[in-house]
Ligand binder design. Structure first.
Ligand code: SAM
Length: 241
């Protein structure tokens, strides 16, 4: 579809040297349509306008690639992915990625499975699990070049939910709003315990809405200690602060 909303989205990405082809734009449009249709039956997103889906979900998700060059990444885990953000837009733009989407809510995972099939995407696994449990799976633990999460939890908790999936030498990038400075300050202990090192906080401004985003880039320095993550629910109840 080549209407104003899709064309503007393509232009925004072209400004970042990301050129989308027609098949990729078709996939974004199908994703948007399915998201808004399913959202009428179940709670997937607070966003109900197509224009906003393109900016606040699609562009925002792809913005991760402005800071982490995806050519060097093979395996990506998106923890607490909800309706697929940021994992699925990244997969649409960078089809070589091998993607695992993790969410604890079964109905959202059903939507993910549906949309992955509707988009004809290969190399995407939709995993219905708590992050704390999935991280005990040896296929997933310490296994990803890039782990990401958007709007899931504050950083001290998020580090325990996400860092166990990153391979030593790999990265975890937390996608945050503008008020994440306090969380970052509070995350020293969780970083130390989980073997993470703060690399950089990247700033982004959404092109139309002008809202600010912070992307917190963390490097995994060593394998996950056997005690982590703790049993499901404990990290949220008693975060490593
Ligand atoms: N990342 C998506 C986005 O940015 O639109 C969804 C954000 S939504 C606010 C948070 C999601 O995290 C929910 O879908 C919830 O089910 C999931 N979640 C929360 N805690 C989790 C856990 N411990 N393990 C797996 N998923 C979790």
């Amino acid at each position: 579809m080549n209407d104003r909303i899709a064309a503007r989205f393509a232009e925004w990405l072209a400004e970042r040297r990301i050129e989308l082809n027609g098949a990729q734009l078709d996939r974004f449009e199908t994703y948007c349509r399915e998201l808004l249709a399913w959202n009428e039956k179940m709670n997937l997103t607070a966003i109900t306008e197509r224009e906003q889906v393109y900016e606040k979900h699609f562009y925002d998700s792809v913005s991760l690639s402005f800071f982490v060059p995806m050519e060097h990444i093979a395996r990506v885990a998106d923890i607490g992915t909800g309706a697929g953000f940021p994992g699925l837009p990244l997969k649409i733009v960078f089809p070589h990625l091998e993607l695992v989407l993790v969410d604890s809510l079964a109905k959202r995972v059903r939507f993910l499975e549906h949309v992955v099939e509707a988009l004809g995407l290969e190399g995407v696994e939709c995993r219905h699990a708590r992050a704390e449990d999935a991280a005990r799976d040896s296929f997933l633990r310490d296994g990803f070049d890039l782990v990401t999460a958007r709007a899931v939890a504050r950083l001290p908790l998020l580090n325990e939910l996400c860092l166990p999936f990153a391979a030593p030498g790999g990265r975890f990038v937390a996608m945050k709003g503008p008020d994440a400075e306090d969380e970052i300050r509070e995350s020293a202990r969780s970083l130390r315990e989980l073997g993470g090192e703060l690399v950089k906080v990247h700033r982004l401004v959404l092109p139309a809405e002008r809202a600010e985003r912070l992307l917190v880039e963390i490097r995994k320095t060593r394998p996950t200690p056997p005690a982590y993550p703790r049993k499901a629910g404990i990290p949220a109840k008693n975060p490593l602060i």
